[in-house]
Design a protein around this ligand. Structure first.
Ligand code: HEM
Length: 466
């Protein structure tokens, strides 16, 4: 046998004999590998990661093996279960969530986010989450809405200028810059200017210019966060507490000890909120405009709703709840293109999912991308149909058939705010503009940490008569 072929054969034999391979768990008393009878899955190994190969692989695995699949991934130290059934997702995220901690991949995110609440687990996570949660209370939303409206009205002026020139916009860049400014103002309010003053421009802009989240970007980001420490120090010295997340986190106290967050903890949580709150909303709005560009009926219905709810264009916070179809458009967008398309957990102790035995230490992969396109749950799953989310329709839907924000105690902390942001965006812009994709563009997907378009998309912008 030739060298590489022989090597492949040896690797294959070793893999098949491994305790996590298709030979199943070894009985310590026996030399014969025992196949776990309840382990559906491919015989061949498949590397699994937050990447394009996995993105295309998991729907295929589920179609071939069912909604609980056991995969031996040579890049992971333990067997991995890909689960798609909402009942199992509910068990992992909600009813038995104590048995599942954050899984593979999060250690990489740690370079970027430190030990912020996306990454942390256990008592430390609980403490941090309890300290941050009140900042996202409903009571704070009207004031955050004022900021969002201001940023959106500025974008409207930019698009009006683009329309006058008969021009095009880069919608991917526009929604990314927009969501970045909003998350930065949510955290720093007008002290965003503090950073701009240091550098001459908004130094966080590289996060939209360079969508990769590799080591280089992580280092640049962490470097920039040193300025956040300077700002924290300045606020402490002056006693200034503008209305924003940073002030609220600085003043938060742990319930039993009355301790405040250390500077390092504050900086990690700031980093977490920037990254978690930016690309997710940006990606959703990018996709919403893209889907609307191909569906004139939905675009018209959206426009008419905004004009009906808010005829003079003076949008208030109270109007948002009335924007029912707008919410449906956003939910259908999140169903088709969930920004967080994959999340991972690790079983602490043995459990059972879909009648299959999971062992302590096994990896579990959950994917809104996968479940939210299952035909048995979503007929014609690839079609954009906002009416799926019409009032009353969710009663017939299984919980966790739709879970773009996760579920249970680790559910997204920014969910409510993100709807405030995204509804305001569509309510103020959809009645004024018709955006159409410039034909001939490649609308490929790039599934990395977030699911985004591989290329920036260009759109023609036309200002509509009221
Ligand atoms: C369309 C918008 C958004 C989507 C789809 C989304 C989705 C998610 C998902 C799926 C998780 C759970 C991940 C996991 O458990 O592995 C999560 C967690 C989180 N999100 Fe969001 N998110 C969005 C917007 C935001 C915004 C605007 C913020 C901040 C203002 C935010 C902050 C966070 C934080 C801090 C966590 C960690 C929560 C914890 O573990 O306790 N997200 N998000």
């Amino acid at each position: 046998m030739a060298g590489p072929a022989r090597l492949r054969c040896i690797i294959r034999r070793l893999y098949h004999a491994a305790p996590w391979g298709p030979g199943g768990k070894r009985d310590p008393m026996s030399q014969t590998p025992q196949t776990t009878p309840t382990a559906p899955g491919p015989v061949d190994p498949h590397p699994l990661d937050c990447d394009e190969a996995t993105f295309h692989l998991i729907p295929r695995l589920v179609a071939e093996h069912g909604e609980v699949v056991r995969v031996a991934a040579p890049n992971l130290d333990r067997p991995t279960w890909v689960i798609a059934d909402p009942a199992d997702i509910r068990r992992v995220l909600v009813s038995n969530h104590r048995n599942y901690v954050k899984g593979v991949g999060f250690e990489r995110v740690e370079m970027l986010l430190g030990n912020g609440i996306i990454v942390s687990d256990g008592a430390f996570w609980r403490r941090q989450r309890t300290m941050i949660q009140p900042a996202f209370s409903r009571g704070n939303m009207p004031r955050f809405f004022d900021m969002v409206r201001e940023v959106t009205l500025r974008l409207k002026e930019e698009w009006l200028a683009a329309a006058r020139e008969g021009g095009e916009i880069d919608i991917t860049r526009a929604t990314s810059d927009y969501a970045l400014e909003i998350i930065l103002r949510l955290i720093f309010s007008d002290d965003l200017e503090f950073f701009v003053d240091q550098e001459g421009i908004n130094p966080f802009l590289f996060l939209t210019e360079d969508p990769s989240r590799d080591l280089r970007v992580a280092m640049k980001f962490r470097q920039l966060l040193k300025q956040v420490r300077v700002l924290i120090e300045r606020r402490r010295e002056t006693g200034e507490r503008p209305f924003d997340l940073l002030s609220m986190m600085m003043d938060a106290r742990a319930s039993r000890t009355e301790e405040a967050m250390s500077d390092k903890e504050l900086v990690d949580e700031v980093a977490t909120l920037i990254i978690a709150g930016h690309e997710t909303s940006a990606g959703t709005l990018n996709w919403a405009w893209t889907l609307l560009s191909g569906d004139e009926d939905s675009a018209r219905a959206l426009r008419e709703e905004s004009r009906r709810v808010c005829p003079d264009g003076e949008l208030t916070y109270e109007h948002l709840e009335e924007l029912v179809f707008t919410r449906q458009v956003l939910d259908e967008t999140l169903r088709l293109y969930p920004p967080v398309w994959l999340f991972t957990r690790r079983a602490v102790e043995a459990d059972e999912l879909g009648g299959h035995a999971i062992e302590a230490g096994d990896n579990v992969f959950l994917s809104p991308w996968l479940t939210q396109r299952l035909e048995r749950l979503w007929p014609e799953p690839d079609a954009f149909r906002p009416e799926r989310f019409a009032p009353g329709r969710d009663e017939a839907r299984e919980d966790q058939a739709f879970f773009p924000f996760s579920a249970g105690p680790r559910r997204c902390i920014g969910e409510f705010f993100s709807y405030v942001e995204m509804r305001t965006h569509l309510a103020l812009l959809a009645p004024v503009f018709r955006l159409r994709l410039v034909p001939g563009q490649d609308i490929a997907l790039e599934p990395a940490i977030n699911l985004r378009t591989k290329h920036n998309l260009r759109m023609t912008v036309e200002a509509l008569q009221p």
